[in-house]
Write a protein that binds this ligand. Structure first.
Ligand SMILES: Cc1cc2nc3c(=O)[nH]c(=O)nc-3n(C[C@H](O)[C@H](O)[C@H](O)COP(=O)(O)OP(=O)(O)OC[C@H]3O[C@@H](n4cnc5c(N)ncnc54)[C@H](O)[C@@H]3O)c2cc1C
Length: 411
């Protein structure tokens, strides 16, 4: 089949990869590839440290998605030598004072209750593990299986994998190289009696005829007309400010590799901050969460991020600040994505609303989105995960029940 993908963020690109591996031809529409929320993201793959109270529906999705990353990375390494930034450096959850420590302990109780692995660490043990931490921290927890990927590098590696010729011994059923159309999609309309495919109107170059369509344009979902009018979604921009720093020449003492080696997630005066060290000496500090309709960087958030980061890792003060960026997360009321068919439009699947966890959740959403598009049969476990992500869960009618019965969407 020829499948149109609207949006080439982490979700569209990973879904395109699944579809190519299954033998389909993909055309990707995006006026500004990779420059949405994915460009800002820190890339934490952190189902354990991302646990929030009252978000139990999200935990199984996050844990399942985390398990799918190593396979994606192994596939990419077989196809391209481009770096992806996947790094198993673990995560430490630290608290600045005793009140922060009590909050961290509450979190750890929820994590343990749901079978997640965390270990309590005294302040002195923390310092043994990470000498770059502030010696006055109150203590913390270790989440050794929470890792990271570099979303910008990952997109470049996926792009290479989508256009390279694939070795037929390893990828016998793969489809042709993907094509890109660097235009914004404005409409998706059925051709004739609906089974003849869809016309995708993109900029001045449309319409483009495809058999099926995946809609993965993040927070811009509501701007596309045609069949998507049948599935209005509750989706709002949740802005995040994030900083990128690098080590200064001669900043480290002999033998030191970085200011910290594990990802650090900290609570400072009740505020959350994280520090994600990259293998190349970069450091990502994030992220604010705001719904104030300011698409640009908020000065106050930058100040708080830097202050809190320096409180936790004093060496941050000496680093070079190379970038401050803000992007909108595609936010849903429960932080759970929308993955499912559009009612009355067989062959059109929505995959958006990944909120704060899109890098982590992408392999799962991409695999299940590809299953729905191609009519693959679903295991009971996958059907349950899709039910959680039903775009109709807040009232809109969807074809999800039918998808469950027939295995994938009706042809
Ligand atoms: C500051 C910050 C930090 C984050 N950190 C993490 C993290 O550590 N871990 C994690 O798991 N998640 C994180 N996230 C969340 C994550 O970035 C998002 O959930 C994820 O990137 C969403 O991916 P997406 O592909 O759905 O959307 P996007 O990355 O926004 O991609 C959508 C694409 O669609 C294109 N597009 C839009 N409209 C159209 C149209 N009409 N036609 C064609 N193309 C269109 C855009 O140009 C864009 O390229 C973070 C987000 C932010 C903002």
């Amino acid at each position: 089949m020829h499948i149109g993908i609207v949006g080439s963020g982490v979700v569209g690109m990973q879904t395109a990869w699944h579809l190519r591996l299954r033998g389909h031809r993909v055309t990707i529409f995006d006026p500004d590839p990779g420059n949405g929320a994915t460009r800002a993201a820190a890339g934490m793959l952190a189902p354990i440290s991302e646990v929030q109270f009252g978000q139990q529906g999200l935990y199984p999705l996050m844990l399942a998605a985390r398990r799918e990353y190593p396979q994606l990375i192994a596939q990419l390494e077989r196809v391209t030598d481009r770096p992806h930034g996947y790094l198993e450096n673990g995560t430490l959850l630290v608290a600045a004072d005793r009140a922060d420590s009590a909050r961290a302990a509450d979190h750890a109780r929820v994590q343990t209750e749901y079978g997640m692995e965390t270990r309590s660490l005294s302040a002195s043990r923390l310092l043994d593990m990470e000498p770059g931490l502030n010696p006055r921290l109150a203590g913390g927890f270790e989440a050794p299986t929470d890792q990271q990927v570099d979303p910008r590098l990952l997109l470049e590696a996926l792009r290479a994998a989508l256009v390279h010729d694939l070795d037929p011994t390893g990828f016998a059923h793969a489809g042709p190289s993907a094509a890109w159309i660097m235009e914004s999609v404005s409409r998706i309309d059925p051709v004739g009696d609906r089974t003849a495919g869809y016309d995708v109107t993109a900029g001045d170059s449309g319409p483009h005829r495809v058999d099926r369509v995946l809609v993965a344009c993040g927070v811009n979902y509501g701007r596309i007309g045609g069949v998507l009018d049948r599935l209005p979604l509750d989706l709002r921009p949740v802005y995040g400010d994030i900083l990128r720093l690098k080590l200064r020449e001669g900043q480290l003492a002999p033998g030191e590799k970085h200011v910290v080696n594990a990802t650090i997630r900290a609570t400072v005066l009740g505020r959350q901050v994280y520090l994600v060290p990259r293998a190349d000496g970069g450091l990502v500090i994030g992220a604010s969460v705001r719904e104030d309709n300011l698409p640009g960087v908020n000065a106050g958030c930058v100040q708080e991020l830097l202050e809190d980061a320096v409180t936790v890792v004093p060496g941050v003060r000496d680093m070079e600040l190379v970038e401050a960026m803000a992007r909108a997360r595609p936010g849903t009321p429960d932080d759970i994505p929308y993955v499912g068919p559009v009612p009355g439009a067989p062959g059109v699947v929505v995959s958006t609303g990944y909120s704060r966890h899109g890098i982590l959740l992408a392999p799962l959403g991409a695999r299940l989105g590809a299953d729905l598009l191609t009519g693959a049969s679903l295991s009971n476990a996958d059907a349950r995960l899709l039910e959680t992500m039903d775009p109709g869960r807040f009232g809109a009618h969807t074809d999800m029940a039918q998808a469950r019965l027939t295995g994938g969407i009706p042809a």
